[in-house]
Design a protein around this ligand. Structure first.
Ligand SMILES: CC(C)(COP(=O)(O)OP(=O)(O)OC[C@H]1O[C@@H](n2cnc3c(N)ncnc32)[C@H](O)[C@@H]1OP(=O)(O)O)[C@@H](O)C(=O)NCCC(=O)NCCS
Length: 182
């Protein structure tokens, strides 16, 4: 059971969440600028507390099927600037998700976090496929996975219900033998 995990990337360090991360986490998942692009609506303080608790519990399950990690900058691992997640689903497959605090956008954190966790998923977890489902208008996220070498597969119709309405997703994936982003 890989717990606790700490993975060092070029710009970021990925680590497990702790209850002390509440304020930083709320600053991300309680911010409509961030959650308008996610599959869930903005969370309250109590909901963020429960989310962290659930994440820590699931991280310690054996076998571990969720790798939901805090993104921190090198040299300041106490402060969470984002999250990155791979949830195992299907045959040697994982679903990738990520977000960065709005005040930290454009600094390369999400790209490095996604690259680092995807490399971990292929090299350490032995996955064959990693996919990402992205809102069709989420140009920043689409540009990011395309730069990382993910291929577009198609459209998932009415894939998520968020902000009071159904939303399609564009499905992207990368396979183990295609992964050269390390
Ligand atoms: C998508 C997201 C995670 C990117 O985080 P980030 O830490 O800013 O990402 P990075 O700095 O590593 O790179 C983002 C890339 O998108 C580009 N970008 C940023 N905003 C953009 C926009 N509005 N349109 C097009 N590209 C944009 C950046 O320029 C960068 O590309 P570059 O390196 O070629 O300049 C962030 O915008 C976010 O948290 N969005 C809300 C949540 C979300 O969409 N999560 C993904 C759901 S699928």
């Amino acid at each position: 059971m890989p717990y606790p995990i700490r993975i060092v990337g070029d710009k970021v360090v990925l680590r497990e969440f702790t209850p002390a991360d509440l304020d930083d986490v709320l600053g991300i998942i309680g911010d409509d600028r961030v959650t308008q692009w996610l599959s869930f609506d903005s969370r309250s303080r109590d909901e963020a507390t429960a989310m962290i608790k659930g994440t820590i519990e699931r991280a310690q399950q054996d076998p571990r099927t969720e790798f939901y990690l805090a993104v921190t900058a090198h040299g300041n691992e106490d402060r969470v600037v984002g999250f990155v997640r791979i949830g195992l689903a299907g045959v040697k497959a994982g679903k990738l998700g990520y977000a960065t605090a709005a005040g930290e956008w454009g600094r390369g954190y999400a790209t490095d976090a996604a690259r680092t966790l995807t490399t971990y998923a292929f090299q350490e977890l032995g996955l064959h496929r990693v996919s990402a489902a992205i809102g069709p208008e989420n140009t920043a996220s689409i540009a990011m996975v395309e730069r990382l070498g993910f291929a577009k597969e198609g459209i998932l119709r009415d894939h998520v219900f968020t902000n009071g309405t159904w939303r399609d997703s564009v499905l992207y994936s990368v396979l183990a033998h295609e992964w050269h982003a390390q």
